[in-house]
Ligand binder design. Structure first.
Ligand SMILES: NC(=O)c1ccc[n+]([C@@H]2O[C@H](COP(=O)([O-])OP(=O)(O)OC[C@H]3O[C@@H](n4cnc5c(N)ncnc54)[C@H](O)[C@@H]3O)[C@@H](O)[C@H]2O)c1
Length: 355
């Protein structure tokens, strides 16, 4: 590849994309303004990651810019023009709960920022593949109406339900559910990316993530589930679990497996494709199971407390069915199960967190 543009290049997904393509493409341009620190405080800043990438790769060009800045983004895309082969758009306000604090900022970053990038791509490099990290929150709280059974350590879907074998597929409706304002801004972006594929014929792909995770996550209370859970375990920080008897289930895909999926798409793109993407049946855990694993790996107990009030619209059970993606890209195989993922987060984070 010639030039790859990555937005949110200091974040979990963006930084993994930079690592991957800096070794394979001639140039990687990373756009990030460390807005994660503005959203969640200094603890969540991604500047450490941006500095690390800049000092590691000579062909990585970091650009401190806001994706909502139309003129600046347009100039940047004009500069690289037709040499841009791939855009990975991972910059976002990523928290379900934070969005209600400042709906204008949430919507402008998630929806308008995506439109700015799509238009810059259409104007300057319409052949470039455009990959968008959407979310399972586009389905709102629809998954909570599935028939769930309470087990000892987790909620599970009824065995006779079609979603039992592989998880929830793309047939789930995005209508008539409670999305949260975050879900609403991501739906807007998700549909825009589909539309640039369908209306303009551009090679765009929407990946509706379950939980995305990995050592590159700057985990904090409001975002970065497994990374923050492990950080609390290691640093003896109290952790609060909200509702669902601590048995809520999430699938968790390691960022390296996610970028491998993006790369498979980038090599053989489709126009306006939509995929649920996550750890699926291969990599999922309940809150109780995740706590037990963190304690085992870190070799110390986590101090956690339980609040009966579930977060508004929070899923009780989500496992992504990745069958559609695997049918289109059979060469893709996830490699990191929950234990390996937590081990990698632990090993990478221990020194940084203690320092
Ligand atoms: N992490 C998850 O569990 C998860 C799950 C589903 C979907 N997603 C989606 O995946 C994408 C990436 O998530 P992540 O976990 O890597 O998030 P992250 O917060 O780790 O990374 C996002 C990066 O974007 C930057 N950013 C935010 N607003 C910006 C702006 N206006 N201009 C420039 N940069 C800006 C932030 O500073 C941060 O470095 C997001 O779209 C998110 O909604 C994440």
């Amino acid at each position: 590849m010639r030039t790859v543009v990555v937005t949110g290049s200091g974040g979990l997904v963006g930084s993994e994309a930079v690592h991957y393509y800096a070794r394979r493409a001639a140039k990687v341009v990373g756009i990030d303004n460390d807005m994660r620190a503005a959203f969640f405080g200094d603890e969540a800043s991604t500047s450490w990651q941006s500095e690390l990438l800049a000092s590691t790769y000579e062909n990585f060009q970091p650009v401190t810019a806001d994706i909502r800045d139309r003129d600046l983004i347009d100039r940047l895309f004009a500069e690289f023009g037709g040499s841009i082969d791939l855009v990975i758009h991972a910059a976002a306000q990523p928290s379900h709960d934070w969005a209600a604090r400042d709906p204008h900022t949430d919507f402008s970053v998630n929806a308008t920022g995506t439109l700015v990038l799509l238009e810059a791509t259409r104007r300057h490099c319409p052949e470039a593949v455009f990959v968008f990290t959407s979310t399972n929150k586009v389905y709102g709280d629809g998954p909570n109406s599935l028939p769930l059974v309470e087990h000892d350590q987790r909620w599970e879907i009824a065995e006779d339900h079609p979603f039992h074998a592989e998880g929830i597929d793309e047939s789930m409706s995005i209508d008539s559910t409670l999305h949260s304002l975050f879900g609403a801004s991501k739906v807007a972006a998700d549909i825009l990316v589909q539309e640039y594929g369908r209306y303009f014929g551009m090679p765009t792909g929407v990946f509706r993530g379950g939980c995305l995770t990995g050592p590159g996550h700057s985990g904090t209370v409001l975002h970065g589930f497994l990374a923050y859970l492990m950080k609390c375990t290691v640093t003896d920080t109290a952790y609060r679990v909200f509702g669902h008897s601590a048995k809520q289930v999430r699938d968790n895909i390691h960022s390296t497996d996610l970028i491998a999926a993006f790369d498979a798409f980038a090599r053989e793109p489709r126009a306006g494709a939509v995929y649920n993407m996550g750890g699926g049946r291969f990599a999922n855990c309940s809150m109780l199971e995740a706590i037990a694993l963190c304690e085992e790996i870190a070799g110390r107990p986590l101090h956690w407390e339980y609040d009966e009030t579930a977060r508004i619209g929070d899923h009780r059970w989500w496992i992504s069915d990745v069958t559609r993606f695997r049918a289109d890209y059979p060469q893709w195989q996830p490699t990191m199960d929950i234990s390996k993922t937590l081990q990698s987060i632990h090993d990478d984070g221990v020194k940084r967190w203690r320092d």
